[in-house]
Design a protein. Sequence first.
Length: 201
Amino acid sequence: MKGMIIRHGNRKKWVIALTFDDGPQEPYTGQILDLLAKYSIKATFFLTGEKVEQNPDIVRRIISDGHEVGNHSYSHKTMRCRPLKWLRTEIEKADEQLLQAGACQPISFRPPFGRTSFLLISLLKKMKKKMILWDIGPKDYKYAHPYEIVGKVLKKIKPGSIIVLHDGGGDRSVTVETVNILVKDIREMGYKFVTISELID
Ligand SMILES: [Zn+2]
């Protein structure tokens, strides 16, 4: 199973992957897409199948803007202590929605809450899917001020880092403001933004 659980990319390459979980959720996803377009940056969105089904247009925009999409399960329930069939259905149903919206295979997977298990890992291996975790999770949903989140990221950032922010799950306007500041700061440090598939290539 070596190489199938990813927490970061090559530590010698001056690249960063910005990822967004729990969307799509308007207006935040669209606002983040506007910012990414303004700065000419590509990111990766780990979407839940349920929300893709409800908002297919914004998913098509994510893809047509050149970003990558990943599978974040269908219903965003914890995947611990679940039977194999339940796990498989959660992953397959989300893939189905993503493919319908125009995603391309292989679609990587990020478990809800980053919670994993041996059963889930062995299933993903059978499905030839990589599990994408992160090394920088500033818990953007907990903070009221973008600078708190930016500070947390900049303190931990390293070549190859995977940053996770959230474009869904409540009011995400602080995350939108954070992206605007963070992207400029990271670029000034000389990093290039890449998608997850580019990061692990
Ligand atoms: Zn999530």
